[in-house]
Design a protein around this ligand. Structure first.
Ligand code: SF4
Length: 329
């Protein structure tokens, strides 16, 4: 928290000097916030907070338990209760995204969680909360073991449809692939591709991509000094920095032949870096299954019969050879 405050003040001062507007957003597990979250939101110009949930209390606390040093006495604090109490206060002062991580073992919690959120008044607060379902996925090289807990894409899509129906007249829901709700052409999908993108890890290393934090071999620099009066990043290693700078979805063997390229823009670049065909194929599957529904919604229509595209629609110039995709990354 001390680092967050200092970095925020330094960035605000820098933006003031440069005449640049400053705004911030926070992703948090909701357990370690100042006593007055409203004052913190105001002081640091926070326009959006994402609080992550891994189910209702039992499942959430099992996955997000405290380390020994943070427990006192015999009572185990509930990280779920703490996050929920924080959301109660945050929805009074700023936008809150309720990220709900879904896997095969907590899927049944989703609708009860929505009922819980409704009963707490989160969807009818001054800043109505937005529900953001997310499928548990093995985002880093160290978390491949999570793949066995991942939901099948079809099951996940069914759950999302259930959540959409549940929330229809109650609250908003955001899908990761189409945050605005309509499949508009994209110019950018990822902050890691920005020229000056830096993610500072708790390990003191600097990364391009937040999902790489902890993968020390992927770091592109170190925090050079404990002073936070500037941006104290010292470049130390290139690692994948050259790859990030050169990445262009139009150059990827599969994407460049794909009809969905303008609205997908290659999806998550990290999946290309790691040549994760499984994840990239799922991206195409999402658009084939959902594109017609999203367009209909944009026209305030509902499809009476689902329209699903096939690979011939996706690759109208002929299917890409996955081997060539692997070769080009
Ligand atoms: S759907 Fe797949 S092939 Fe098409 S642009 Fe997205 S990642 Fe590339």
């Amino acid at each position: 928290m001390r680092l967050t405050r200092s970095a925020s003040r330094a960035l605000q001062a820098l933006c003031g000097e440069l005449g640049v507007a400053y705004r911030a957003s926070v992703i948090s597990n909701g357990t370690c916030w100042p006593d007055d979250p409203a004052a913190f939101v105001r002081e640091h110009h926070i326009q959006q907070v994402q609080i992550s949930f891994d189910g209702l209390r039992t499942n959430h606390d099992r996955r997000r338990h405290y380390r020994k040093a943070y427990r006192s006495g015999k009572v185990r604090p509930s990280s779920f209760d703490r996050a929920a109490a924080l959301v109660d206060r945050l929805v009074q002062v700023t936008r809150v995204d309720l990220r709900f991580n879904i896997d095969a073992k907590n899927a049944e919690d989703m609708c009860p969680f929505l009922a819980f959120a409704k009963a707490r008044g989160w969807f009818s607060a001054p800043y109505p909360a937005i529900f953001q379902p997310a499928r548990l996925a093995s985002y880093s090289e160290h978390s491949a073991f999570m793949r066995e807990s991942e939901l099948a894409l079809a099951d996940y899509d069914r759950l999302r449809a259930e959540a959409r129906a549940w929330l229809a007249s109650i609250g908003g829901m955001e899908e990761a692939e189409t945050p605005s709700g309509y499949p508009s052409p994209k110019r950018s999908v990822c902050a890691a591709l920005a020229d000056a993108s830096i993610v500072v890890g708790g390990d003191g290393l600097a990364y391009r991509c937040g999902l790489q934090v902890g993968e020390a071999g992927r770091a592109i620099g170190v925090i050079a000094t404990p002073s936070l009066s500037g941006i104290p990043i010292q470049r130390e290693a290139d690692n994948d920095d050259t790859w990030w700078k050169a990445f262009d979805p139009c150059e990827q063997a599969t994407c460049r032949q794909c009809s969905f390229l303008p609205i997908c823009w290659g999806g998550c670049p990290k999946k290309h870096l790691e040549q994760d065909r499984h994840a990239l194929d799922e991206q195409g599957d999402y658009w084939r299954q959902n594109l017609a529904r999203l367009i209909a919604n944009g026209a305030h229509e509902t499809l009476t019969t689902p329209i699903v595209y096939d690979e011939a629609d996706q690759f109208r110039g002929g299917h890409a050879d996955p081997a060539s995709t692997r070769a080009s990354g």
